[in-house]
Design a protein around this ligand. Structure first.
Ligand code: HPA
Ligand code: ZN
Length: 319
């Protein structure tokens, strides 16, 4: 039982946290039919590419700042309900632009949701602006420029998500240079759909303190050693990896081996309803299926907070 344990996550995409019931309510609000996106078990998609298309379609159901405030408060309220004290939310201004809302209103809505949740539950949260790799290098650079320009105190990091098979990390390195110059923490999705080379490229060209997923680093022992030496934190999302067939089952997932090798790891939900999971369930699986002790799980929560993109006073209060 992990319900009583304190929890934290540093890798959850805001639109990916949309419960199907909220998607349906949003569709009804805008007179849209989303029956093609949902079946009895939740969102309907069959591989990574289809998942990304489904994700974009769900994102298009949020059209005002208030819609995003509601989504953010719903997500953080659920987390706080099972003792989560901190979350880093991955947001993509492109999704705000694509629906005609604009990046400023998109971000303002998410900030409103964070403030409302903090007032009601005490949960602390920060925002990681992300570029979407499949929207191309120019859009990822524009996302970094936006994160820099926004000068929003809740925006503390920069990420790149999306289709890992599109281009090479070098094509996107400039975006990370902009974000680094702006003082933002850096993390990047790598080693999820693509193999160890993708993680090596990220380390060589982006120098991030964290990697989103990174679980396929296990395919290269020298790379695992490098991650240990650098102290890079892997934002591991086991339920996402099983749903997307990165590993066939939890027994063959690399989390245990990575942790045993000394890599710093933490538990995250990624896009919870899309993968039929929740942060609560990730903790439960780590305990009852993967066999981690409560002390090991508390250690992973601590790692998330140590790696969080927050000021030292906030980190100290969370630890
Ligand atoms: N990988 C890449 N891009 C994403 C993901 C993911 O798991 N979730 C949302 N965008
Ligand atoms: Zn992700």
């Amino acid at each position: 039982m992990t319900a009583h344990l304190l929890k934290a996550e540093i890798h959850c995409h805001i639109e990916g946290a949309t419960p199907p019931s909220l998607a349906q309510a949003q569709a009804a609000k805008y007179g849209l039919d989303i029956s093609h996106l949902l079946d009895a078990d939740g969102y309907e998609w069959s591989d990574f590419s289809e998942f990304l298309v489904c994700y974009d379609a769900v994102a298009a159901l949020f059209r005002t700042a208030d819609d995003y405030a509601l989504l953010t408060e719903t997500y953080l309220g659920e987390l706080a309900g099972y003792n989560t004290i901190y979350s880093e939310i991955i947001v993509s201004p492109d999704h705000g632009d694509r629906i005609g809302l604009g990046a400023d209103a998109y971000l303002a809505g998410i900030c409103d949701g964070i403030h409302a949740a903090r007032e009601k539950t005490g949960i602390e949260a920060r925002i990681i602006v992300t570029g979407e790799r499949h929207f191309g290098p120019d859009s990822v650079i524009a996302a970094a420029d936006y994160a820099k320009r926004a000068k929003n105190p809740l925006v503390t990091g920069f990420n790149m998500a999306g289709e890992e098979r599109m281009g090479r990390v070098a094509d996107y390195a400039r975006a990370f240079d902009i974000a680094r110059d702006a003082g933002l923490g850096l993390t990047i999705h790598a080693g999820e759909v693509c193999g160890a080379f993708s993680v090596s490229d990220a380390l060589d060209l982006v120098h991030p303190s964290r990697i989103g997923h990174g679980v396929r680093a296990i395919e290269d022992p020298a790379l695992v050693e490098r991650l240990v030496e650098l102290g890079t934190v892997l934002e591991v999302c086991p339920g996402s990896n099983i749903a997307l067939k990165v590993f066939p089952d939890f027994d063959s997932h690399s989390l245990r081996a990575l942790k045993a090798a000394g890599v710093r790891v933490c538990l995250n939900s990624d896009d919870p309803p899309f993968f039929n999971t929740s942060l609560m369930q990730e903790y439960e699986i780590a305990s009852s299926v993967m066999g981690f002790s409560d002390a090991e799980i508390n250690g992973m929560t601590r790692t998330a907070i140590e790696a969080a993109f927050v000021d030292e006073a906030t980190r100290g209060a969370l630890l």
